[in-house]
Design a protein around this ligand. Structure first.
Ligand SMILES: Cc1ncc(COP(=O)(O)O)c(C=O)c1O
Length: 400
């Protein structure tokens, strides 16, 4: 893969026909190292967020060995990673997927119903009866607070049924865990505070001994319209909440970050194919990498990279339209860009690494990209101090 100092250097060297996915593996490595230093437990990367081998390689280089996987195709991919420990955390699984996952060495499964518990036990049983090596996480439902993508309506169990399920699962599991997800892009730590309170009440009512606790994903990234609390604040909330739990001292913790590990590690570079007032028609969109910008209001940081217009250039707020003929291929933004932008210019949209390429399809024949590696820093970061030390040369590792 070709490497460039920056998106501007790429565009100066050649003007790509297709949209470009520009990877910054060093940013994924930095985020993983931050988690390793600040979270006292297993860090299971949520594979669905971005399965680029360059990013997985950077995460691996930074020590990530646990992976949260949601489907059989993800498991078949991730099972090729040396020493990988996979956690099949989708609470509803096909019987065939459970069976094959177990054959591939997966022992860790999530569930949120007695039916799913029975399915897992039936599909992993051997001639001598139930498997004795299962790590089973009961997924509990917790409120989404300041989260852009709540998940609690689809999955999770609460109240008396959760208590009963915990007791039944304890009887079947070699190790019992509780898992929850506060919703993706959660911008304040209160969600984790409330979730851990709910976990405390459940443990007390069920009277079960927990071996594991998985606080899920949901940790935020920075976007032009989202300035979350610091990552430290999330870790403090989790540490304090866990301390209040009636659990054994040596309970093993896990988290499942997706967005916060890879968001900053990818930019999208697009060309302006037409300008109509404050509307720019670009060569990728809602059916490509920009699904979340069209449907969930994400505003990625944006900059013009095909010309140097100087720092004092007047900026204006633009809406973006994707290349397909569909009118919902529209990213309202607002995206702040120099007012002089015109057809033929290129724009870098930053922090698209989480769920961007993962959601891209091929509608209207689009959805193919060039890929390059960029060596500069992302436009916005949650890991400011680490970025500064990397830039000033005190940290020399580039995990590419
Ligand atoms: C079970 C599970 N774990 C982890 C994640 C990753 O979440 P995030 O990218 O918000 O960290 C998701 C995302 O949907 C999920 O469903």
């Amino acid at each position: 893969m070709e490497r460039y100092r920056s998106a501007a250097a790429l565009i100066a060297a050649r003007r790509p026909e297709k949209p470009v996915l520009a990877l910054r593996p060093h940013a994924a490595g930095r985020a993983a190292r931050w988690f390793a230093q600040n979270f006292d437990g297993d860090i299971a990367y949520a594979y669905k967020a971005n399965a680029s081998v360059f990013l997985i390689g950077a995460l691996y280089g930074a020590g990530i060995r646990h992976f949260d996987v949601a489907s059989l195709p993800e498991i078949e991919d991730a099972a090729t990673i040396p020493d990988a420990e996979l956690h099949f955390m989708h609470p509803v699984k096909a019987r065939s997927a459970i069976r094959r996952a177990y054959e591939l060495g997966v022992r860790s499964f999530a569930l949120d119903s007695e039916d799913e518990l029975n399915k897992i036990l039936e599909e992993t049983a051997g001639p001598d009866g139930n498997a004795r090596d299962l790590l089973l996480f009961v997924r509990v439902s917790v409120p989404a607070i300041n989260s852009l993508i709540p998940l609690e309506h689809k999955f999770g169990i609460a109240g008396e049924p959760a208590t009963e399920l915990l007791v039944k699962t304890r009887q079947a599991a070699a190790e019992l865990g509780i898992t929850f997800h506060v919703g993706s892009q959660t911008t304040t730590p209160d969600a984790y505070v409330h979730a851990l309170k709910a976990v405390r009440e459940l443990i007390v009512h069920a009277g079960v001994v927990l071996d594991r606790l998985d606080v899920g994903g949901g940790f935020p990234s920075r976007y032009a319209n989202s300035q979350p609390a610091s990552m430290d604040a999330f870790m403090v909330a989790i540490r304090d909440g866990v301390e209040e739990l009636p659990v054994r001292e040596d309970i093993r913790l896990m988290c499942e970050p997706g967005r916060s590990l890879v968001s900053e590690a990818e930019s999208l570079i697009v060309r302006v194919d037409a300008r109509r007032g404050r509307h720019l028609y670009i060569n990728d969109g809602a059916y490509g990498t920009l699904f979340d910008a069209a449907h969930l209001g994400f505003v990625y940081p944006s900059r013009l990279v095909s010309r140097d217009v100087g720092r004092d250039a007047t900026t204006a707020a633009f809406e973006l339209w994707g290349p397909t003929c569909d009118s919902i291929d529209h990213m309202p933004g607002p995206f702040l860009l120099p007012d002089c932008i015109e057809e033929g210019d290129y724009i870098e949209l930053g922090n698209v690494g989480a769920y961007g390429r993962a959601l891209a399809g091929h509608f209207n024949g689009y959805g193919t990209y060039e890929e390059v590696i960029l060596l500069d820093e992302p436009q916005m970061t949650m890991y400011e101090a680490e970025q500064q030390s990397t830039s000033s040369g005190t940290v020399h590792k580039l995990s590419t």
